[in-house]
Design a binder for this molecule. Structure first.
Ligand SMILES: [Zn+2]
Length: 329
């Protein structure tokens, strides 16, 4: 049942953001943004989440008129509404979030992986509009993924599919945050590009970043690399080219597995814009298994920025066919 109001919540490692929407209007009526309590105790985090929802409740506060969708990082079982683990919020392990929220907000509650919801947001309101088959990657402090196939989110058993950042690219590569070597996230995320910059600066590579590195090596971030690349710095341009090559090979693999019409790249690293997109497009064209995969393919930047996850929550509230456990239409 579609309710008149939707509340979408993005539960992140540093912030909890919430927005209230009416009908299909994707401009929020109310918004809130607060800090995620940094604690090993679940209770303060859950209380902050409930406060975020209360702070955007519509006038009249009739809870039965509202659907609530919460996006959380890491493995989530959207069928059961359970956070299985959250890498940036360690205390939220095996947490039956939907049942906990239902005890406080007796209405339709949906829970999903944040990158999956961001994919759904871009599909419904952003760069993926009009496409039925989408691969979405968010390139930030980690790499998240979402796959839309035949107009539906690919969930897999327990909803654990589409962890695209944790595909092995180089078995001898650096260790990923998840503990395994050479995953995409360990090679093409923001921290990965910063780490590689520091390694090459330490080896004496000349760069606009050398002075900063000598002053404080740990201060060198992906944003600095991006700025230097925009100024034509050779080291920074090489790092961006290497990153584009990794992503291009990976996206070419995705063409063979999912045959998307649209590949959408979001996240902070996409501040590089065409500097990253153009070599990715060229690389994908080189690596695609056959030219037919390229004929209707668009590779583009995400359009919704930080709101992609919230708008994915709205999309989930609005469309019962997209909700986990619903019969395929
Ligand atoms: Zn990993």
């Amino acid at each position: 049942m579609v309710r008149p109001y939707s509340i979408a919540v993005d539960l992140g490692g540093t912030h909890i953001r919430a927005a209230l929407y009416h009908g299909r209007d994707n401009t929020p009526l109310r918004r809130s943004r607060g800090l995620t309590p940094q604690t090993n105790d679940q209770a303060p985090i859950l209380d902050a989440l409930a406060d975020a929802i209360r702070s955007v409740l519509p006038p009249g506060d009739d809870i039965a008129e509202i659907s609530i969708a919460v996006g959380t990082p890491g493995p989530v079982d959207p069928f059961q509404g359970v956070i299985l683990s959250a890498p940036n919020i360690p205390s939220l392990r095996n947490l039956p979030l939907r049942d906990w929220l239902a005890g406080r907000f007796p209405t339709n509650i949906l829970v999903g992986n944040d990158a999956n919801l961001a994919a759904l947001g871009e599909f419904t309101f952003g760069a993926g509009q009009g496409a039925m088959d989408i691969v979405y990657l968010t390139l930030g402090t980690g790499i998240g993924g979402g796959v839309i196939t035949n107009g539906r989110l690919l969930l897999g058993n327990r909803g654990l599919a589409a962890e695209l950042g944790h595909v092995t690219i180089d078995p001898l590569g650096p260790i990923c945050g998840c503990g395994h070597p050479g995953h995409l996230e360990a090679l093409a995320s923001g921290p990965a590009i910063a780490r590689e910059a520091r390694t090459r600066l330490a080896a004496g590579a000349p760069s606009l970043l050398s002075q900063l590195f000598r002053t404080d090596p740990l201060a060198v971030t992906a944003e600095h690399v991006a700025d230097a690349a925009r100024q034509g710095d050779q080291l920074a341009c090489t790092l961006v080219a290497d990153m584009a090559a990794v992503l291009a090979r990976f996206i070419a693999d995705c063409l063979a597995v999912f045959s998307p019409q649209t590949v959408i790249l979001g996240g902070g690293v996409m501040g590089l814009g065409e500097l990253l997109l153009a070599p990715i497009r060229r690389g994908v064209a080189n690596h695609a298994m056959a030219a037919v995969y390229l004929e209707q393919l668009t590779i583009c930047a995400a359009q919704l920025g930080d709101d992609a996850g919230l708008l994915g929550g709205l999309a989930l509230c609005l469309n019962p066919a997209l909700q986990p456990g619903q019969a395929h239409v």
